[in-house]
Design a binder for this molecule. Structure first.
Ligand code: RP5
Length: 163
């Protein structure tokens, strides 16, 4: 199976990255994590991205906050699918990163998930890899069913919790 790259702009993004790593581990997907900044270490971000396909990666998830150019900068250097995770910061509550990540110019797509949406980013990466992996697709179906079951259990108990 192809690997997933987890690239974060700063180690301060780690709590959101951990949400993604947990899901990938649960699904048996190998990942590699790096701190590469679009602004502070652009050469390292570019070099890693240019080699990513040859190094066995199938999807890249980029995590960044503030003026979050990381996902776009990575997408500029590869045609691997890139998922952007805008990370919340103090000043603008993540709206800065959300707009910086989602508003890509035509021709260079970034699949942007919610602010701090590390879990959905990992699930989306898994769904991309599962297009050509039936075993992974079955694992995702089972996970979806388990989550639905958990909601049904809450439904069954909700009246009692109102008392
Ligand atoms: C972004 O700036 C990083 O992705 C991080 O979310 C934010 C703040 O970085 P630090 O100042 O905490 O290193 O580039």
């Amino acid at each position: 199976m192809k690997k997933v790259g987890l690239i974060m702009g700063s180690d301060s993004d780690l709590p959101v990255v951990k949400k993604a790593a947990a899901v990938l581990s649960e699904l048996g997907i190998t990942y590699e994590a790096h701190v590469y900044s679009a602004h502070r270490t652009p050469a390292e971000a570019r070099d890693w991205t240019l080699a990513a396909r040859d190094n066995g990666f199938g999807v890249i998830i980029a995590f960044a906050g503030m003026a979050a150019h990381l996902a776009g900068a990575i997408a500029a250097n590869t045609t691997l699918p890139v998922i952007g995770v805008p990370c919340k910061s103090a000043a603008l509550d993540g709206m800065d990163a959300l707009l910086s990540t989602v508003m890509m110019p035509s021709g260079i797509p970034v699949a942007t998930v919610a602010i701090d949406g590390g879990k959905n980013a990992a699930l989306l990466a898994a769904e991309i890899l599962a297009v050509s992996d039936d075993e992974l697709a079955a694992a995702l179906d089972a996970r979806r069913s388990a989550e639905a079951e958990a909601v049904l259990v809450k439904d069954a108990g909700i009246s009692e919790r109102l008392l």
